[in-house]
Design a binder for this molecule. Sequence first.
Ligand SMILES: [Mg+2]
Length: 693
Amino acid sequence: MTIPSRAHISSFRGPHTTTSETLDMSSAAPAVTLARSSRAPFMRSFAPRARSHANARIKRRHRHHRHHHHRVAADASSRERAECATVHVPTLLRLCRAIATRGNEIIRDVTEGGELGVRDKGGAATTDGTYVGDAQTEADRRVEAMMVEALKRYAPELRLVAEESFENASSIEGVDFGELAVDFEYAAATGDAEEDEGFAPELRRPIALDRVAVYCDPLDGTNEYAAGEREAITVLLGIAVDGTPRAGVIGQPFHNYGKKDRRLGRVVWGGIGIGVHGLDIAADAVAPPLPPDGEHVVAVNRNVRENRQAPVLEALGSRVDIVISATGFHYLMLLERRAHSALLLRKASKKWDTCAGEALLRATGGVVTDTVGRRYDYSYNLDALPNLSGMAASLDVDMHWEMTAIIRDVIEPLGRYPYDVDDPSIKRGVLDGVDVPAGGWRCLSVDVGGCLLEPSERVADVYARTALEVGCASVTPETASRDFKEAFAAFRGSDAADASRYYGDGKSFWRRVIAHVLTRGGTDVIDDTTIDLAVDKLYLHYEHPSAWHIAHGAVDAARRLRRSGVRVVLASNWDSRLPTLLRTLGLDDEFDAIVFSADIGVEKPSEEFFHAVARAADVPAARCAHVGDAPVADVAGARSAGFGVAVRWSPHPTDDDQPTAHDFNQLADAVLSANRTLDARPRLSRFPVPPPP
Ligand SMILES: [Mg+2]
């Protein structure tokens, strides 16, 4: 497996996951929710003074988009007043980009004197420590004040986590918010629909504020800054949803510092589904080959008083290429493919140092965990800010898994730190508390609709649009949502008492559903030609790969599991078009078998269905795990068929405390981790095999 090139990074349309049922149409919110208290303060926030090129560009784009934006805002305004308790992640990310851009400028201004009145000492690479120290503090305070103010104006109730000392940012003396506040209007107006479409469907919808936390570091790399390493400092903003970093921004004010004819500074941004942008590296930049084909290249901190580092690096056969004490900078180096991993084997970072970088790494297929491979939880929890168990970040999930297993082996004999530190921010493993079957897990079966695949666009919107196209103008997204759900639950594909939904291509079922939606669930007579036309259009729509979003990380996770001998089988209630759809989505070689109801003649939750899954995997049911979003069809069905465990696909814990997952790589970690505890020694392939103890 090779590490993707930069071309891959910028074009990556990462799959992602959502929580809803296959055809959930419950959310009927506006496309843009402008969740903030008032618009007035934003209108005066850019003071009339010299602008950087970046700001001038934003302003031009703002002018261009002004009309459109205000129209959107007006559409949303009534709802927005009624319910301010949501955020729109693509808009929030745009705001964070604008904040990082402004943060870069503030840091440069403060560092190099200029309008903020700090004396310029010549901008040499090494600067007098005292001066830089003061300037750093001033830059830190000003950037943080601007960040907090801008984000609070966007959404007053937004859960922000920034450095404690600046919690009361608005009271900082001498900070003029008229000067510093980032104009949210500009930020929101620079959006484009195409960019938003890359986000997972779930992230495009308004999200309740209590599911979102924003982690900010106004100036990361303080010590390096003081030592004159200007390129090492970064401005960090990470957006976590349901405790997982989903989008982030890294501003680097002194990128290209000291290089002639190169633009100073950059803002790198991205997220799950939209990839990473703004890196400004060569299109053919590729990482050094992964071990065992090449050396394992790592970034570490300077001055680490850490007795575990040397033995760990020795066991991994790593080459240390980057030695700098700046977490944000480490992430940039990984994103630029200059190293495979960054390692901090002790408590040396906080959630605001790692959230943005983790989102960006995840967006390109990478991973961040603690020292021994456990994921951190970024839910809003002020008692869990330090990464107590260290940090390990890698470009490649599979390599990372082996690496952290080796780290565990090396550090375990060295003492109680960090694998057994009681860290409240370690995510609970998906299968913690579940008995591992004798011999371990040998099959994971995966639900398709609402789990592996999610409709890109809300079904209600697609149905309403199609209805309009065939001349049924009375169908709205609201009626379509209600009537679709009703029909989907009520109808079957035949009139037999024990009928399934899907026979063959499923038209006997779908035609009933579509007719029900077109007549608004009433008794209006609509001629067969109209119904046929709508059926044809909807079939065409849902046969196209663009109608579906693949859960983020699913392919990586399936490959890891299969490489370690765990079969991965799709288990779906679906019509006969499923294999073709999987092929058009490029997924046909990623699974050991596909079991679906139209093919075998029984559907979930019947035991027969799950027995067919176990047979297809050639694994006893007790050694199979199933994951799916439906409580009855997936969870109850798999349990009653004797599966070892049924995992509910959901971002939230369930009432009865059953296992849940909402990240395929985390699920794969759990399965592999459970199996690993059974092995006398892990089978390692990438790294040098350690000598027997
Ligand atoms: Mg499902």
